[in-house]
Ligand binder design. Structure first.
Ligand code: GLY
Length: 351
């Protein structure tokens, strides 16, 4: 087992290893000794596969629990479902001392974290990520959210979990397409911070050692969150590939997975950086080759104007400039503020 300590405003450990769901009862007892009941939030894909593994240790530790099951998919990440979870928690008589458990991927983790932040002005929650994407990114760092009709993650809060238990056994039931989608975030982390990890992935392809690579990615995220928990500076680096990626994802009508869109966004920004003389030409060559080795797309045929309209709508939230995360070399990137025209011309060079 690997443990990564996250020194956030509320510190916690991320534990990564086989069979960790089996320690859930003890974890709740130790971290939340006053808890009289848990609320397990899951979805209708993960629940049938993994709920029993979470329920057994809770029962063995004599911790009563209630289960709320969401329909799977991003469409469930809504304010309506959030209120439904809160009403359910109230109907099940959860108190301020009780604990929410997020058993699932990014959608379940995000909405459960926000429900925990809101219920009775904040209760403890534990993340139990079952996808690679949740393991390496969304379960760590305390970003919680639901989507609004106007956009993704527009309603949310920073609310750190009490712990993250990443049971790598859960990855065994993950469909290959979802696993590869999560790999886009692993490759993103390597381009951002870790030339050694990038070289390792070039050797192993998707057969990399799950536990050690997840721990390595979480350790990089720890360094960012420790410095900029509330996303006012360095944490923006984690958006590598996401500025165009979100636009590509939306233009596809969400036919592309988040990871596929991030892969395209990362590839485009690397090609654009090289064409603009901001990184050596070998960077996009290696990034394109690695993404393709993981079966991830590196190009989009979405119309340029549509992509730019969506991409630059981000700018409204950031003031006059858009912060584009640009590679300087494999393992080091920087956020470059660009005016609208400059950002559009920059991306065009990489498409
Ligand atoms: N997923 C990006 C962040 O946690 O900031």
């Amino acid at each position: 087992m690997n443990t990564v300590h996250i020194p956030a405003s509320t510190p916690y450990d991320v534990r990564i290893g086989n069979g960790l769901l089996g320690s859930l009862g003890d974890t709740v007892k130790v971290l939340c000794p006053k808890a009289g009941r848990c609320l397990v939030v899951t979805d209708d894909t993960v629940g049938p596969l993994w709920l029993k593994k979470a329920a057994e240790p809770l029962s063995a530790a004599h911790i009563p629990f209630s289960v709320y099951t969401l329909p799977h998919g991003e469409a469930s990440k809504t304010a309506e479902k959030l209120v439904d979870i809160l009403n359910f928690a109230a109907a099940e008589h959860l108190t301020r001392a009780d604990v929410f458990l997020a058993l699932g991927g990014g959608m379940v983790g995000d909405i459960t974290g926000l429900a925990a932040a809101c219920y009775m002005r904040g209760v403890d929650y534990i993340q139990l990520p079952t996808t690679l994407l949740a393991a390496v990114d969304s379960s760590v760092g305390g970003k919680t959210a639901v989507d609004l009709p106007a956009g993704k993650n527009l309603m949310g809060a920073f609310w750190q979990p009490r712990a993250v238990l990443c049971d790598t056994d859960a990855l065994s039931t993950l469909p290959q397409a979802d696993f590869l989608s999560g790999c886009a975030e692993v490759i993103k982390t390597a381009v951002l911070f870790d030339a050694g990890l990038f070289a390792l992935l070039e050797q192993t392809g998707p057969a990399f050692d799950r536990e050690s690579v997840i721990a390595r990615c979480v350790a990089h995220k720890r360094d960012v969150v420790a410095e900029d928990e509330r996303d006012t500076g360095r944490r923006a680096l984690l958006n590598l590939g996401h500025t165009l990626g979100h636009a590509v994802e939306a233009e596809s009508g969400f036919a592309l997975t988040h990871g596929q869109a991030v892969a395209i966004g990362t590839a485009v920004v690397c090609r654009a950086a090289a064409k603009n003389g901001l990184c050596p030409p070998e960077v996009p060559v290696r990034v394109d080759a690695l993404l393709e080795a993981f079966g991830l797309p590196i190009r989009t045929d979405a119309p340029f104007d549509g992509l730019m309209a969506r991409m630059l709508s981000d700018k409204k939230r950031a003031g006059d400039a858009i912060g584009v995360v640009v590679p300087e070399t494999i393992g080091r990137c920087a956020v470059r503020p660009m005016a609208t025209d400059e950002a559009a011309a920059f991306m065009k060079a990489g498409l």
